[in-house]
Design a protein around this ligand. Structure first.
Ligand code: AKB
Length: 318
């Protein structure tokens, strides 16, 4: 990995992954590709920044040539709830955007990281310890686009030998860039509301279990998979990666250990609840553990402690 392009660098994963990659490989080696003309100073000042729209194939080709890119982390995508509001746009960005990236990667011989999601599973999938290889009949447009993405990545590997790798991320929790338009977003919102107002109205029911992961583990998964010995990878794409599984009620209890005044109420959003109900409670990630040594660092209590400590500093709360 010599020259890296992160597409979606201003998003929830990209804003932190770009900084981690720059720390690891050197700032000049990692181009942040975002859709904003005014990215955060941290992103734009510490290394190269380019406007990168995955639907603009010529602009992407120019960036790849200019920086002699050999590895692309393609993170730009619409999330599940937004995808249900605008299914055609979700298909356009999540599928056509990926095809553009794969075609360019083929032309310029780049390795590609593609983040899939627990969204690729559906109501017919076993919900507990969801296997790596199982029924995949998603009912959301987001899930359909991510499953199509997994298949496209397999196709480009098998047909053209393109080095494409990817994981199925669970809900991601971060104290840096908030998510936007996801079904698992409650698990981030609750921290901000707990610290600022000591109350939170949750859009999922109290006993909705979902797989979740703290952002440092999500970054570690992406980087370690891309550095893994290719000969050990049997699945290559769509690896289940899991770190913790909890419900809103359990998360609230854990946060109350730090903020006892927190009160939770429930105002269920039927669309988001239906999406969450179609997803696994917890995934079996043994293929990732065996094939490239995946191992998360944070469980629920460690994540909650770190989130509260970091957000207190960010929000200037004593
Ligand atoms: C979403 O909720 O849409 C995402 C995901 C699980 O892929 N966080």
């Amino acid at each position: 990995m010599k020259n890296i392009l992160v597409i979606g660098a201003t998003g929830q994963i990209g804003s932190e992954l770009t900084l981690s990659l720059r720390e690891r490989y050197g700032a000049a080696k990692v181009v942040a590709g975002g859709h904003r003309r005014t990215p955060s100073l941290e992103l734009a000042d510490a290394g190269p920044y380019e406007i990168a729209n995955c639907l603009d194939i010529q602009a992407l080709a120019d960036i790849i040539k200019k920086y002699r890119i050999d590895t692309i982390y393609h993170l730009a995508a619409l999330l599940s709830a937004t995808g249900e509001k605008n299914p055609k746009l979700a298909w356009e960005v999540n599928v056509q955007g990926l095809i553009n990236v794969l075609d360019l990667a083929k032309e310029y011989q780049c390795a590609v990281f593609f983040p899939s999601s627990i969204g690729v599973f559906g109501a017919g999938t076993p919900k507990d310890k969801t296997p790596q290889d199982t029924i995949q009949r998603p009912s959301t447009m987001y899930g359909i686009t991510k499953l199509t993405g997994e298949l496209l990545c397999d196709y480009y590997y098998q047909r053209y030998g393109l080095d494409v790798r990817g994981v199925r991320y669970p809900g991601l929790i971060s104290n840096v860039t908030p998510p936007g338009g996801g079904t698992t977003d409650y698990a981030v919102e609750i921290f901000y509301e707990a610290l600022t107002h000591q109350k939170y109205s949750c859009f999922l029911s109290e006993d909705t279990y979902l797989d979740m992961m703290y952002m440092p583990d999500a970054l570690k998964a992406a980087i370690e998979l891309m550095e893994a010995d290719s000969s050990r990878l049997i699945h290559r794409n769509g690896y289940n990666v899991s770190a913790m599984s909890f419900s809103p009620k359990e998360l609230t209890k854990e946060i109350q250990k730090w903020i006892p005044e927190l009160q939770i109420s429930y105002e269920i959003d039927p669309i988001k609840q239906a999406i969450a109900d179609s997803w696994p409670n917890s995934m079996d990630d043994s293929a990732a553990r065996t094939e490239w040594g995946w191992q998360p660092d944070y469980n629920l209590s460690e994540m909650v402690k770190d989130m509260i400590e970091k957000l207190k500093i960010k929000l200037d709360i004593k």
